[in-house]
Write a protein that binds this ligand. Structure first.
Ligand code: SF4
Length: 231
């Protein structure tokens, strides 16, 4: 699975060019709406807000704005079609040099492609599989772009592949068995445990606990190896 871009450094150039103005805000579909759904913790409310975003003509401008903004308000609430966990996962993607093509992501959730995207989402175990299929369709896409499109379409877009049909392991067991190197690498880059879990697609407490378990196991193994070497 291709999880990491070759460049695993924080980009030295801006991920997106600065918008010329804030005029796009006057065209947003949420400008006259009550913000409750956007800042609710209810899944149903967040889904309503996300659906509003996906029909918004300035979703690309809005998400670009949020990606560049340090404003604390963007730590909460749905915006640019993503919830805070998804935006944190996107920040980790960009730390790894993986920058989405938001115009292409918007195309993927347009009426022309949405059905295809949903079929692939149901049939493929991973973003990598979806990318391969879409490239066969003639689209120039990468995993982070497809990931944003899957989020916008209401899917999870997890970085971890779905388990095979007969795989009964828990998410945490799969994390430990298959993704420990990714967890350690992100930890060394200074990514918080909660954000590592969000990046991999399990932003809740269970995900954070799984990341802590992996780091603890790796530390114990290293310590044991150190004792053995010294002995
Ligand atoms: S994308 Fe969503 S949050 Fe952004 S302006 Fe449109 S409706 Fe509002």
């Amino acid at each position: 699975m291709t999880i990491l871009n070759a460049s695993m450094r924080r980009p030295t150039t801006p991920a997106v060019s600065a918008p010329a103005s804030q005029d796009w805000k006057t065209r947003s579909v949420c400008r006259d709406k009550v913000a409750d759904d956007f800042f609710s913790t209810s899944t149903a409310a967040k889904e309503r807000a996300r659906a509003l975003c996906v029909g918004c003509p300035v979703i690309v401008e809005c998400l670009n704005h949020q990606r560049q903004s340090d404003d604390a308000i963007y730590r909460w609430g749905v915006g640019g079609g993503l919830d805070p966990d998804q935006r944190r996962a996107l920040e980790v993607e960009e730390l790894l040099g993986n920058r989405p093509d938001l115009v292409m992501a918007q195309l993927l959730v347009s009426p022309r492609w949405l059905y295809r995207l949903r079929r692939l989402k149901a049939g493929c175990r991973s973003l990598e599989g979806m990318v391969a299929a879409l490239r066969k369709d003639g689209l120039v896409v990468d995993e982070v772009t497809v990931r944003v499109a899957v989020w916008w379409s209401g899917g999870q877009g997890a970085r971890m592949a779905r388990p095979a049909r007969l795989d009964r392991r828990s998410w945490r067991a799969r994390l430990r068995d298959e993704y420990a190197d990714v967890v350690v690498m992100l930890h060394k880059l200074g990514v918080r445990r909660a954000d590592i879990a969000a990046y991999l697609g399990n932003p809740g407490k269970d995900g954070e606990k799984g990341v802590s378990e992996v780091l603890k196991a790796v530390a114990e193994k290293s310590a044991a190896a150190g004792v053995e070497l010294a002995a």
